[in-house]
Design a protein around this ligand. Structure first.
Ligand SMILES: Nc1ncnc2c1ncn2[C@@H]1O[C@H](COP(=O)(O)OP(=O)(O)OP(=O)(O)O)[C@@H](O)[C@H]1O
Ligand SMILES: [Mg+2]
Length: 616
């Protein structure tokens, strides 16, 4: 507006000046004079003034235009600086690493997070080829080809593309990443912006969760089946002895009963493995000196394994006592050792190692251990064939075996897994094909206050004459137990559930011991029944039985010992011993009954609550 005004003013001035000059010359020469020298002079003067005015105006216009351009440039520069600052701030605060390259993959920008993710500093990365930095040498060509294929897609997609890749940290570790890339055209060249996220841990955790859920599901199924089988086997293993006794003078029948008995034993061994996998094995945890156990194992292996397998022990002399079931731990270690032997057909080295470890939450979770704290680590390493990657996540599955039919049932590692988990510990496996496999077990450190198991005494079968209230909801098992107890000399009052048992007690019927299943259908379970009865009669002795074990609790204070718990299936001799233990321990030196509360550990309660929740 200003410029147009200036020009209009200049033109108006020029018109006035010309008109005035012409008028003045006319006045001087008179009207008749025509167009003479004075007019020409006047016109020239007005033209000179016009040129002057135009000059002035042009200068004014130029100055104003210059100022405007300068202001616009300053605005642009400011906006660019602000945008660069903003970009830098986004890059700096982004959780993901930022890597910018040109279209050939040469690094143009490398954020702090990229330094942390890859181990390469910005200084080292700038100007380098991103593929050389982050991809293992044998995979580089393939990676570049993939990048080239992605380029057209990348350039055509304003929102960019996401992909996953395995990269290499500067230290050589693999990192699994998720990246999102966009291509930008800046000043005629292409830059590629990549935001890269490390998902190694996340993926490992997801895989572990899936594996844990799978094991849980298979475990529940297996546990349920094994539980039912146990009840049936309890009837067979128990009654077969009575039958054998009756037919001992008839050799053919005696042979048949022996066959039945052996088959039942095999069945019991199988259900025991399955229960162990399902973490439902009745464990008797105690303080264990794992070094002593491993030395015993080493001796056994030395005597039985081929001489081309070298057995090495590396035991930490200061290793803590572990808290676990000794028998089960022995068989778990033996299972691992046998697997190791099978993987070393041409000989090799088996190393047994112990040490103490203190786990934070992260480490505990990584090995699937129950809680952060102190653990005893037992490692069994072999130099055998190793386990192929594709198999490694299946080795703990029940019935997974790569051994020939008849050579392996595939239950060994499932048992080890179940036992370790049930003991509140964890297990880890690392393996490299052709180099060997290492299984590492973590067992909770024992609390020093833990009671030692009293163990079974080896006295011969002793019966009694006391009266036993026998509560069992499975009709067959109840019948069998009644027969067993009677054959031991006891008087038996059978009851099909807690309500029946309480009614019998309410009638004032005398009895000395309550023998009850823990998990029972009905209003009360075995534990609640015992609670009610002992509240009314503190000197009452109680013996529990169960096919299911309580889940061993994690953390301190788990005094599992001293629980009079008879696990199914059991033999007559075990029943007899447990009864005498329950009946006799509560008698003082002069034979008077001591009113001992049966004090069953907190974990039985935990188990009961759980089974109630599950509606068992
Ligand atoms: N130390 C090892 N080295 C190589 N492979 C192993 C090792 N331990 C286990 N495996 C693999 O894991 C599979 C499962 O082992 P697991 O102990 O559960 O069953 P199994 O040994 O085949 O049979 P079972 O132990 O019931 O007799 C094995 O068949 C084998 O393929
Ligand atoms: Mg095995």
């Amino acid at each position: 507006m200003k410029l147009r005004g200036l020009l209009t003013l200049a033109m108006a001035t020029q018109v006035v000046v010309t008109a005035t000059a012409l008028l003045a010359s006319h006045a001087l020469t008179g009207a008749a004079g025509g167009f003479g020298v004075p007019q020409i002079v006047a016109l020239l003067a007005s033209a000179a003034i016009a040129v002057l005015l135009v000059r002035l105006c042009m200068r004014a216009i130029e100055t104003s235009q210059d100022q405007r351009t300068a202001a616009a440039l300053a605005d642009q520069a400011k906006a660019a600086a602000e945008s660069a600052q903003l970009t830098q701030a986004v890059i700096k605060t982004a959780l993901d690493a930022f890597i910018q390259t040109d279209e050939r993959g040469i690094v143009l920008e490398w954020s702090l997070q990229a330094e942390a993710l890859t181990g390469w500093t910005r200084q080292e990365a700038l100007g380098a080829d991103v593929v050389d930095l982050l991809v293992a040498a044998p995979l580089r060509d393939g990676f570049r080809q993939r990048m080239m294929r992605l380029m057209p897609e990348l350039s055509n997609t304003p929102i960019g593309i996401g992909f996953e890749a395995t990269l290499l940290h500067r230290e050589g570790d693999e990192i699994l990443i998720e990246a999102s890339s966009t291509a930008l055209q800046i000043g005629g060249r292409t830059v590629i912006n990549n935001f890269v996220k490390d998902v190694t841990q996340k993926r490992a955790a997801e895989e572990q969760l899936i594996q844990a859920q799978k094991m849980e599901a298979v475990g529940q199924l297996t546990g349920g089946i094994a539980h039912e089988f146990n009840n049936m086997l309890t009837v067979i293993t128990g009654t077969i002895e009575i039958l054998a006794d009756a037919v001992k003078d008839n050799p053919p029948l005696a042979t048949i009963t022996k066959l039945i008995s052996e088959a039942a034993d095999r069945g019991a061994a199988l259900t025991s493995s399955l229960l162990s996998f399902a973490r439902k094995q009745a464990l008797q945890p105690a303080e264990i000196d794992v070094n002593e156990l491993l030395e015993e194992l080493a001796k056994l292996l030395l005597a039985t394994f081929d001489k081309n397998i070298q057995i090495v022990t590396r035991l930490d002399g200061n290793v803590w006592l572990a808290f676990a079931d000794r028998g089960q731990l022995s068989s778990a270690l033996l299972n691992l050792a046998i697997n190791a032997r099978d993987a070393m057909q041409d000989g090799g080295r088996l190393t047994l190692r112990t040490r103490n470890v203190v786990f934070g939450v992260r480490e505990a979770v990584a090995v699937g251990a129950g809680y952060a704290g102190d653990y005893v680590e037992i490692e069994i390493a072999d130099s055998g064939t190793g386990i192929p990657r594709t198999n490694i996540e299946r080795i703990f599955d029940p019935f997974f075996s790569t051994k020939d039919v008849g050579k392996g049932t595939g239950l060994g590692l499932s048992m080890v897994f179940g036992f370790v988990k049930q003991s509140g510990g964890g297990i880890k496996v690392t393996s490299e094909e052709g180099r060997g496999t290492t299984f590492t077990i973590y067992l909770p450190k024992a609390e020093t206050s833990t009671l030692r198991p009293t163990g079974y005494d080896e006295r011969k079968v002793v019966g009694g004459t006391e009266t036993i209230l026998c509560v069992e909801d499975d009709r067959d098992v109840r019948q069998y137990v009644t027969v067993q107890l009677e054959s031991l000399g006891y008087k038996v009052i059978p009851a099909g559930n807690a309500t029946e048992a309480l009614a019998i007690a309410a009638q004032g019927t005398p009895f000395d011991l309550l023998f009850t299943d823990i998990v029972m259908a009905g209003a009360l379970n075995g534990r609640e029944l015992a609670d009610e009865m002992v509240a009314a009669r503190p000197s009452l002795r109680v013996l529990f039985t169960s096919g299911y074990a309580h889940d061993v609790p994690h953390g301190p204070g788990h005094a599992t010992m001293g629980a009079p718990l008879l696990t199914k299936p059991y033999r007559k001799a075990e029943l007899a011993r447990m009864l005498r233990r329950s009946l006799d321990t509560a008698v003082d030196s002069v034979g008077d009954p001591i009113p001992t509360p049966y004090s069953v550990q907190a974990d039985v309660e935990g188990f009961l609550r759980k089974s109630e929740r599950n509606g068992r």
